[in-house]
Write a protein that binds this ligand. Sequence first.
Ligand code: ADP
Length: 405
Amino acid sequence: MKILVINTGSSSIKYELFDMAGPKVMASGMAEKIGEEESLIIHKRILSNGESTERREAVVIADHHEGMSRIVALLVDTEYGAVRDKNEIVAVGHRVVHGGEAFHSTTIIDEEVIAAIKKNIPLAPLHNPPNLVGIEVARSVFPNALQVAVFDTAFHQTIPKRAFLYAIPFELYEKERVRRYGFHGTSHAYVAARAAEYLCSPLGELNLITIHLGNGASMAAIKNGKCVDTTMGMTPLAGLVMGTRSGDVDPALPFFLADHLGMTPRETDALLNKESGLKGICGTNDMREVIEKMDAGDDRAKIALDLYAYRIKKYIGAYFAALEILDAVVFTAGIGENSPYIRELCSRGLDRLGIEIDLERNKLTGSGISEISSPDSQVKILVIPTNEELKIAQETKKAIANFLK
Ligand code: ADP
């Protein structure tokens, strides 16, 4: 069974084609700068022996429809392609950022689902519109395939009211659905399931704190396999310090900025989303560069890293209290998987909570799952590579099996 996973942004389409027997990736790539003067497609065909061939096309791609048509041409290309006919692709799994309260799980896309995603546009104005374009384009390019939506928010729909409501007039929740939703759900769900496999324990019996540290960053508290709290909120701005996002700030900050600096809501939005976080403190949002700067003696980089790790450590404590019993802490995504320094900084000093990092093991992580807690640690500390595309493909396969039953 061949499933295409796509993630459509405002000017890009990322894709990965899976053969679900395996499962293995047959091809992957990205069309970027769609609608700009010069667009680019980078396409990779992955052979069964693991070798790959790459094709780069610098072309003008006027819109997402043209982008998807070009991707299909590459997928069926005699030299770079992975399938003979596009009809071999039985389903297209779409990453959809905001499912609001309507979606608790992966869903086959029909008119009603499209209407519900549209209804959630005010909650994710930057993400849901391009996701909808991706769905529309895939429907016309793959008329025989089932279209499936996998929501970033779905995994967090089990969070109880005490954790998802804001203490503001209740009508704002009832009428406008203002509440915490949480994001990165696909990644948190994927690493939680992998942790259960690794620990040889049913997920439904495990309590976990999962820490996704990429350009965006979030944590989830998972009790008996179900999410009970997460750091991102109504939007992905809340919670941890991120590359360019502030994470938690005093909610009165925008009024101060408006009153004293005359900043408009749009300007404040840009400041908190694009100019804050690591970048706001030390001028760069790339964690590797921040660490290099610190190593070269840059004080601001050191402060940025301290702030970054301190926020994570604080949430580990908070989520431990929320869960009461904790089996494992899981680090994932670009920084979580690759930075022993950050992992050490936010796990150090938690011995009294039963969380003991082994500093040597922490430096020796490989490409698979690594256990970096000391042998005596009551709580395991794991590094688990995330794979959101694979999770979307797996979810898509499950949804179509249920649909065809
Ligand atoms: P995205 O959210 O875009 O998927 P990633 O999960 O790829 O992001 O994470 C990107 C972040 O991971 C960047 O800040 C990058 O600097 C960081 N990163 C990647 N490799 C390392 C490394 N070896 N050490 C520290 N940070 C790393």
